[in-house]
Design a protein around this ligand. Structure first.
Ligand SMILES: [Zn+2]
Length: 64
């Protein structure tokens, strides 16, 4: 099944950031282009305060 989702950035005070699939909840160490578990194509990433940072990271990934 093809669908889209986005990474929800989980920041950890004493650890690396994680990215959670908004469709299935899968946690990834980095915002890859598609969810390894449910296969959702990622449209971007969001988080409470660092949305701009996440966008900058995705520019590199989704560049054609
Ligand atoms: Zn997923």
């Amino acid at each position: 099944m093809k669908h889209t989702a986005q990474w929800i950035r989980q920041t950890h005070l004493f650890g690396k950031d994680e990215y959670q699939c908004s469709a299935c909840g899968f946690l990834s160490g980095r915002p890859v282009a598609a969810c390894p578990r449910c296969g959702a194509k990622m449209k971007g990433a969001k988080s409470g305060a660092s949305w701009v940072d996440a966008l900058a990271a995705f520019d590199a990934i989704f560049e054609d």
